[in-house]
Design a protein around this ligand. Sequence first.
Ligand code: PNS
Length: 159
Amino acid sequence: MKRAIYPGSFDPITFGHMDIIERSSKMFDEIIVAVLNNSQKNSLFSVDERVTIIKDLTKNYANVKVMSFEGLLVDFADQVDANIIIRGLRAVTDFEYEIQIAQTNHVENPKLDTVFLTTSLNYAYLSSSVVREFASYGGDISKFVPEEIIPLIVEKYKK
Ligand code: PNS
């Protein structure tokens, strides 16, 4: 059983994340989308809201589960008995940060490997922070996120 974790903040989830979920769900037996519960970070959506949103958006993928986690990713991987981490790489600028985390996690748990998927060209520019920035000024985010979640994002910035 090849169980892989796709960790992230997903605040909010974007088409780039959805693309990685879809592609990785075809590569592994089970994908656990792991939403980081980081109390120090000022997030747009609560962790429970993010889990609910992602569960809804991935309901048609039979082998995709959504969970939240706190603390170290290596510990969460241990808890759910997964030994693969998936991360998307958009550009060379992501690489330095990502390789450091991947290597650190591998040193902490040598059974844990990180698999990088290159982000589809259509979404190479996209990030959750770009979505938040556009949304905060009332910009059009329909090319960035699934349409179901646009009203939820708009609502957050009304408050
Ligand atoms: O979507 P993000 O914010 O780029 O995701 C980053 C994430 C959640 C993968 C990373 O911050 C993480 O794994 N955090 C959990 C804490 C941890 O294990 N840190 C060790 C990194 S050396």
